[in-house]
Design a protein around this ligand. Sequence first.
Ligand code: NAD
Length: 264
Amino acid sequence: RPSIMSGKRGLIMGVANNRSIAWGIAKAAHAHGAELAFTYQGDALKKRVEPLAAELGAEVVGHCDVTDGATIDAVFAEVEKRWGKLDFLVHAIAFSDKDELTGRYVDTTPENFSKSLLISCYSLTAIAQRAEKLMKDGGSLLTLTYYGAEKWMPHYNVMGVAKAALEASVRYLAADLGPQGIRVNAISAGPIKTLAASGIGDFRYILKWNEYNSPLRRTVTIEEVGETAAYLLSDMSRGVTGEIHHVDAGYHVVGMKNPDAPDI
Ligand code: NAD
């Protein structure tokens, strides 16, 4: 049966384990017919990513640490060798020193500011530079952001600033790459318990708050983010670029606490 992603080949960057948002996206893309390749960050994650990739009959194309441009070049060279081109790419990568994901934003150090912005924001541009050359028939780039880019959130701090810059990058990259038929979009996901999220102070409180106050009165799953991603990565969304699409059970439309919500 033809499916919305049949014949599409994509690179998935940012799987750490089976709770990663990138894994939810990979599962959905595979279910819709896409062929996938994965990168991993370091040997510790290689052991986790390899069996997951095998579950989807996919290839692992190598180690990529986005702070080291040579490793980005190496994985793109490998993709070119295997496929000759690329149709879509998922960027699900972010980092901040855990010590600064608590307390006040105003106390952010210049070192962590630079590192967080480099890994969580600039890396999308670094990857887009390489992807542009391989997306010979156009393509779709997708990144992950969070509502903390738009509004203050407790503990999110420098990541909120990095995500705001990432969302602006989506718009600038969309304009630069649009003439070649390359689309650039982001999913703004509601809070999900992942490895990266466990670094954020009081994350359980944030999950509960979203569950009680979002219009759908629940949080979202990696599978739900994955299904929306499949739409953004496929030709179903061929008229969409530069978009920040919320998959957050509607939380971003809420202006006040739900008066019926229990105390947390
Ligand atoms: P995760 O821990 O599963 O994934 C984060 C990934 O970033 C890991 O695979 C890690 O290897 C990778 N990474 C970090 N530094 C890197 C580097 N220098 N080079 C290469 N890779 C690096 O957590 P996740 O929640 O699935 O995060 C994926 C994306 O989703 C992130 O951008 C995150 O900010 C975003 N997001 C998460 C939530 C949430 O609540 N979990 C909500 C909205 C957006």
